[in-house]
Design a protein around this ligand. Sequence first.
Ligand SMILES: Nc1ncnc2c1ncn2[C@@H]1O[C@H](COP(=O)(O)OP(=O)(O)O)[C@@H](O)[C@H]1O
Ligand SMILES: [Mg+2]
Length: 333
Amino acid sequence: MPLTLQSLPQDQVPLRAFDTVGLPALRALLSAHAAPIIGAEAMTGPAEALPGLDALADELAASGRGLIMVMGKGGVGKTTIAAALALGLIARGKTVHLSTTDPAAHLAGTLASEVPGLRVDRIDPKIETQRYIDRMMTAKSPGLNAQEQALMLEDLQSPCTEEVAVFHAFSRIVNEARSAFVVLDTAPTGHSLLLMDAAGAYHRQTLRDFEGHGSGRMTTPLMRLQDGAYTRIILVTLPEVTPVLQAAALQDDLRRASIEPYAWVINKSVVAAGTRDPLLQARLAGERKQMSRIAAGLPARSFIVPWRIHPPVGVVELSELVTDVTAQATQEQ
Ligand SMILES: Nc1ncnc2c1ncn2[C@@H]1O[C@H](COP(=O)(O)OP(=O)(O)O)[C@@H](O)[C@H]1O
Ligand SMILES: [Mg+2]
């Protein structure tokens, strides 16, 4: 914590053994005495039966190419899962382009230089907007006088330009997945839904513009996103009440645009990690409740990633997430 913040008055709220939903739980959350840890149920649940990320990487690799879009709320592990899946596909002999629209995705940058066959880049809204403005000015300004040029530049400096420019970059990346694997790590939900909206608006406009002139042979980015054989959307969530609700809401938004997520990845599972810690064991009941909700039919498929002692950063740690450890153990015997 920065020194300037350390000097402020502080309260600390411990990790509790229960989900903080409902009045008694909220009261217990702030009480000085930690609520007693409820005896850990020795029950087993759906988590034990769920496949890991290695199985997802196997499935994805089987299709040979395509767009893999990793979506979800901030902090659930999108960048981590996207990078791990990219490494998993490389390990399965594929060529991969890992791209991100997340301004906070630092980890991806370090992977590019270390992994042959992996291309990593980032859609930077500022750079894309400048590129777009330059392109428009070069294309349109030659026939204009100085005043008209100044007007056009002013017009292009509106906030809409950034949206259009980012959408252009996004479309470019969507189309690239015709011949290779593209793993797209997205920015938090709101941002990504804007892209989907833009895709929908562009789709409708294109159909109007080309009505009767071969619009039947057109493929817009939205059509590629809706095509389950082309695009696979991986929705990342945590096994907790609010993240599961948010993932379900995002899934509803996508379905309204006729886009069906391929699978959910439940990240940072304590159940999958296994624990003997009494506090964490008591929290397992809450996690299992969420697992059951997910298993009851929210997504078509789900995969699970354990909560790791160290955040999985770097090629070695990320690769472990997409490696079948049981097969490896058998091989070594
Ligand atoms: N399974 C995991 N176990 C432990 N730490 C994790 C796991 N998955 C992600 N993290 C850590 O959680 C933080 C958020 O993950 P990140 O991938 O950046 O999320 P997002 O891209 O969705 O914002 C990072 O510090 C990351 O290293
Ligand atoms: Mg991220």
